[in-house]
Design a protein around this ligand. Structure first.
Ligand code: ADP
Ligand code: GLC
Length: 488
């Protein structure tokens, strides 16, 4: 099958979160199954710098809002699938991140930047590369949300479009003024189209036009059809529930496995955990923490209210009770950053905070941790809890979205299958209760190592998810037996 992924992030070139990891690894897993998966993404400076010198220029010129994009096809350094790069320096050649300028503000022209990406994806879907007419165009998140709209309004024969919601909180809503620049017909600007609360909704467009929809866990697929989690899109999602599938993300164990991880001071595996202690010592050093008897809790996250790190800041005041420590790496909301900075400066030998984005340190943190905290208020899937398990750090998560689907709580009746700690209420007290339970298990090395060994042996590799996407592409629905569904 020829599968074209359209994405705004791709590990290892452009990453602000899990979307980058998934975009790279899913396509690679599909190629490993014998399919011709490729990717189209914007020509940010880091992407053009990684593009092979012998890249081919396609004849197609993609036009949006008076901007012209060229499409280059070639290999990208560090990426395991052929890529199409949309070269439009006026929209993409600038310092800063993929969405925000160097001072942290959204680029004022994000609508056009991602309409260009969506349009280029649609052009490719319609055969811009004569050698590669895709069978499926698979878009990710709001940034490629207009691609199914362009396709639906084209007169030409088009491939099937599948769209994945990685996070409903980011919807790409813009003022109606941009509509005339998008190159869509007048009648697309209505409720049965791209219109959303009087403006233009990129994600809404995908939810309306794509042939099939997926999101990144079964629980989140159910949650987003409710008013508590649907963020205004629950009605539309309920209307499309027959076309919506929840598929939990996988892990690229070529990148996230302590046996092969080049970022670790010393590699290790389930049979010899010496390297884990070395990583823990390195982490204490890096965060200026002293020695302690209790567990080392870590968190690596974008600091948004959804991630719940403000709960950690409030719960952390009680760390001394069980002589535990806390190390956090993250960047984002300035209020949460300030809370964490204050916490670290109040008790520096117990709490450390590195403000920023540091891929290498994120790996060492999973390795050095005893417990990885993911106290999210909402979490479509979450990757850090999956990484934690492979590194022998027990995840401590809130029961929501993909966290609920991937971590089994340590409790009397689950001791033979538990892999971490789960709490329910999004409150510092509930979080602290789970941290206490973790600290108490930590004092029982025999039980701790049992749970740890099980977590490390867990297999969240991409193959089964990659196969489930193939079913969605071929519209085969959920082919598993009832029993398999219950067990998954
Ligand atoms: P989300 O996509 O919502 O941010 P995920 O758990 O799916 O959440 O993915 C987060 C990814 O981003 C992981 O690979 C994690 O290691 C990485 N990450 C998040 N924040 C940072 C940071 N400050 N520095 C390095 N890596 C980070
Ligand atoms: C989003 C979600 C996260 C998910 C990731 C990859 O950023 O917030 O839960 O793991 O996408 O699908």
């Amino acid at each position: 099958m020829r599968i074209l992924h359209a994405t705004s992030e791709l590990y290892p070139l452009v990453k602000t979160g899990g979307l980058a990891d998934v975009s790279a690894a899913l396509g690679a897993a599909q190629r490993a199954l014998g399919h011709d998966a490729r990717v189209v993404l914007p020509g940010y400076p880091e992407v053009l710098a990684a593009l092979a010198a012998d890249a081919t220029l396609l004849e197609q010129i993609t036009e949006v809002g008076g901007f012209r994009g060229r499409i280059l096809r070639g290999a990208l350094r560090g990426v395991e699938m052929p890529a199409y790069v949309v070269d439009c320096p006026a929209l993409y050649d600038r310092p800063g991140g993929p969405y925000l300028d160097a001072s942290g503000h959204d680029y004022a022209d994000n609508a056009l930047r991602f309409a260009m990406l969506s349009r280029a994806a649609a052009d490719l879907a319609l055969g811009a590369d004569h050698d590669y007419p895709p069978d499926v165009i698979h878009g990710h998140d709001w940034q490629t949300g207009l691609a199914p709209a362009y396709l639906a309004h084209s007169q030409a024969a088009r491939p099937r479009s599948v769209h994945t919601i990685h996070n409903l909180a980011y919807q790409g809503v813009f003022s109606a003024d941009i509509f005339p620049t998008l190159g869509l017909p007048e009648d697309a600007m209505q409720m049965e189209g791209v219109e959303y609360h009087g403006g233009v909704g990129f994600l809404k467009a995908a939810l309306w036009y794509a042939d099939a929809l997926t999101t990144v866990s079964r629980t989140y697929a159910a949650e987003i059809q409710t008013s508590a989690f649907g963020l205004g899109l629950e009605g539309l999602l309920r209307g499309r529930r027959a076309d919506l599938t929840g598929i939990v993300n996988g892990v690229d164990y070529g990148v996230w496995d302590p046996r092969v991880d080049p970022e670790l001071p010393r590699r290790y595996g389930p049979d010899s955990l010496g390297g884990k202690l070395v990583a823990k010592a390195a982490l204490r050093d890096r965060f200026g923490l002293g020695a302690a008897r209790g567990p080392l809790f870590v968190a690596v996250a974008r600091l948004t209210p959804d991630k719940g790190l403000d709960l950690v800041a409030r719960a952390a005041e009680a760390l001394g009770e069980f002589d535990a420590q806390l190390a956090i790496l993250g960047t984002g909301d300035s209020g949460i950053e300030a809370q964490l900075l204050a916490l670290a400066s109040h008790d520096p030998s117990r709490v450390g905070f590195v403000q920023g984005y540091d891929e290498a340190l994120a790996h060492v943190m999973q390795a050095g941790a005893d417990v990885t905290l993911v106290p999210s208020r909402t979490e479509p899937c979450g990757l850090t809890q999956l990484y934690a398990m492979r590194y022998g750090s027990l995840p401590l998560v809130r029961r929501t979205g993909g966290l609920a689907d991937t971590v089994v709580d340590v409790a009397a009746e689950t001791l033979d299958r538990a892999t971490g700690f789960v709490f329910d209420e999004p409150s510092p007290e509930a979080l602290l209760g789970a941290m206490r339970r973790a600290a108490s298990l930590f004092e029982q090395p025999c039980l701790w190592t049992q749970v740890q060994a099980r977590a490390m042996a867990n297999d969240f590799g991409w193959e089964s998810a990659a196969r489930r996407y193939l079913d969605v592409y071929s519209n085969r629905g959920d082919q598993r037996t009832c029993l398999e569904r219950v067990l998954s």
